[in-house]
Ligand binder design. Structure first.
Ligand code: SF4
Length: 293
């Protein structure tokens, strides 16, 4: 009987047992650990099984500082490697390592040492097989990054909830910002109407990003699912617009409260001289004067 397929008495052959062991140890399994778990197996038999698994792509060999480890390879990935030529395998590996942030074609070329024609052919083939996909990056409209087909692109690539097809949804952000401000304003009014003195009213008027997130979710104005962090960034724009203030709570989180807008700045202050940091040294004569600039 072939040792690789001899039964262990539990309906599993040695190869299956080895793969099961590797599956349960995603960080990798060493020769010693395999021997401990399969003590009845002779070294030669083990070598045959391991070689078979390495050859058919069920196991991968990794080298750590002082030992060799075997890792189980996902069958879907194994099929990709099986049905692809060497160039595709190299490019696939590079793209896989880039994760959901993707990798730019120039970097793939640099890492793979393939020329542009070869690389384009390989990328096209992998894209056609739906193994990888190209995603446009919001950071540069003409820049595409490649990532594995099943991955959801990182928000640094897609721009997160505020981008639709690489376009910034300014109207959506404006509406959200208005609604966040409306909630804070309502909370402020309610706190004042409750009475109990200005300090108590002030303390009552603070809201957390979670409160606002709940309010926005219940309004149902967003087709995409927004996280508390998304709402936090919208609230920050409300603060920057001088419509709210933000303080740090004792637990380190932020609290928001609607405020009356500051008086609008007179036009004169907005002129170049109005904001000039050396205006106090400016005169008709001397080095710093209106004609000198
Ligand atoms: S240097 Fe004088 S003229 Fe120039 S911007 Fe400043 S204040 Fe105005």
């Amino acid at each position: 009987m072939n040792e690789a397929t001899s039964s262990n008495g539990e309906g599993m052959n040695n190869e299956e047992r080895l793969l099961e062991l590797a599956k349960n140890k995603p960080e990798g399994i060493s020769n010693e650990q395999i021997k401990q778990c399969m003590p009845n197996l002779l070294l030669e038999e083990l070598a045959i099984i391991i070689n078979k698994c390495l050859k058919n792509g069920s196991l991968e060999l990794f080298k750590t500082k002082d030992k060799l480890l075997y890792k189980y390879k996902d069958s879907s990935k194994k099929n990709i490697v099986r049905g692809s030529d060497n160039e595709e395998k190299i490019v696939y590996k590079i793209i896989e390592e880039a994760g959901n942030k993707g990798i730019w074609i120039r970097d793939i070329r640099f890492k793979s040492n393939l020329n542009m024609t070869q690389l384009n052919k390989v990328l096209k083939s992998l894209e056609t097989k739906k193994i990888i996909k190209a995603v446009k990056s919001v950071s540069a409209s003409k820049k595409k990054v490649y990532m594995l087909y099943d991955l959801e692109a990182d928000s640094s690539v897609t721009g997160g909830a505020w981008y639709q097809d690489q376009d910034f949804e300014s109207e959506f952000v404006d509406v959200l910002s208005q609604q966040c401000h409306r909630y804070l304003r309502q909370k402020w009014d309610d706190a004042n109407n409750m009475g109990g003195g200005p300090l108590l009213a002030r303390n009552r008027s603070y809201a957390t990003a979670n409160d606002v997130h709940k309010f926005i979710s219940e309004l149902g104005i967003s087709k995409v699912s927004l996280s508390v962090d998304d709402i936090e960034s919208i609230l920050y724009t409300v603060v920057l617009d001088n419509n709210a203030e933000r303080i740090v709570a004792s637990n380190g989180s932020f609290l928001y409260r609607a405020v009356n807008k500051f008086m609008s700045t007179p036009g004169l202050v907005k002129t170049t001289c109005g904001i000039c940091p050396i205006a106090n040294r400016c005169a008709d004569t001397g080095l710093i004067n209106p004609q000198a600039f």
